[in-house]
Design a binder for this molecule. Sequence first.
Ligand code: ACM
Length: 538
Amino acid sequence: MRALILAALVAFPAAGRALPVDGTRYAIIPRPSVLTPATGDFTLTARTVLHTDPAFAAVARRFARDVAAPTGFDLGVVRSSAPAGAGHIRLVRARALGAEAYTLDVTPTGVVVRASAPAGAFYALETLKQLLPAAIYREAPIGRTAWRAAAVHVEDAPRFAWRGAHLDVARHFEPKEFVKKYIDLLARHKMNRFHWHLTEDQGWRLEIKKYPLLTEVGSCREQTLVGPYVSDPAKRVFDGKRHCGFYTQDDVREVVAYAAERMITVVPEVEMPGHSQAAIHAYPQLSSRPDSSPGVLPVWGVSDFILNPTDSTVAFMQDVLSEVLALFPGPYIHIGGDEAGKAQWKANPQIQARIKALGLKDEHEMQSWFIRQMDTFLTAKGRRLIGWDEILEGGLAENATVMSWRGMDGGIAAAKANHDVVMAPGSHTYFDHYQSRDTAKEPLAIGGFTPLDSVYAFEPVPPQLTADEAKHILGAQAQVWTEYIPNAKQVEYMAYPRMVALSEVLWSATARRDYTDFKGRLPTHLARLDALDVNYRK
Ligand code: ACM
């Protein structure tokens, strides 16, 4: 596919620049590698049939199901590699393409998709949807009869393998129905990783059969701070309402299957050794301060409570991970590792003795030792550990992938040490930041200022890296922390349209990124978000 695209770029050296902006006729987001306009339209009708290679039958059926609601059409899906008659959609296997690459030819007489794997075929049909009227995204018909897609030739493949978005369901719980909607929206932007932040000081949200108190006790906090964080406890105001919620293992299987149908891998996060107060409250034997019962944290900020790095805590967390592995088939398991304050380890003589006994230098090496136990465990099970960039402190575990959030430096250091990296810097990818400087007109947020054009300007590959080191940058992702985001509509408000910009950063070739062109396509795309009932910031 790369060769194909390169050839096309050489043949049309100014592709995407000399041509008029893609505008409303070709308002495809993220912008494809090659888009050659053509005249005429393809018309989708009730008699359109999807003729598909058997490898893409599930993808074809998903498309037929998606468009059934708004059109009222019950499109046929036929497994065949024979040329389809006029007016049909063909899905053809083209083994030379990359797994996520595709070509799409829309002509007045039919549509041809070429891909080597289901992901490519899926993305081709998402592009086809964007050529149809925005009403194709509605859940109910509105009596429209003409479903025309502009004729075009598209060649497309993603720039990055990791095109992700995170969601914190621990500070504020979100029901699985919304989690599915969030995932569905990612898929429509050709994103492929959902990072599910499941455990926190403020709540544990994942059923673990071996340790039922994690959710029976750890999934509820008695009350929640109202308004901005204040350090003086005497000045804090609380809402007086219990906040609860967790996902059963059946819920998780349902979400994981839903994501897989949309080519999205779910990356679960179970925080350790910090951000673990809810777990410590449920199982006090995990505590580094056994004399104090912490409760589930009702305020924001970083708790002092931290797991006690004993062998039995390691075994406990590995038991938890065993159940996590059974639920989440993807290669990456996120173990957190961020913001683990070491005060309790410093003050606890038994932990100090353990640091000495293990021959470790300090608390950072103690944390590193703890993370290494998880790395060895996950590696032995054929999985890969990923953690926030603090896992670099005290020595990076052998097989760890680093998620760089405190800027890009952690990611640069990790890539230079031959570790894979996912970029997640606060400067460009924290969608809990404000979208306007006029904060009085915005819902209360954690701070910061990350407007749409800043997100669009994000470059995940730092110039400090050599070409070989840059290969370790798997991609990047958005972060949606929910301390100040109490409900689903506000999640959407914070995530959109910034997620739209990020999708283009992560998918589109550098030469195809152009903010002016993006802004030209955006209004058409916002009409799609309207049809999808997304509460994006206007
Ligand atoms: C983080 O924002 N603490 C990863």
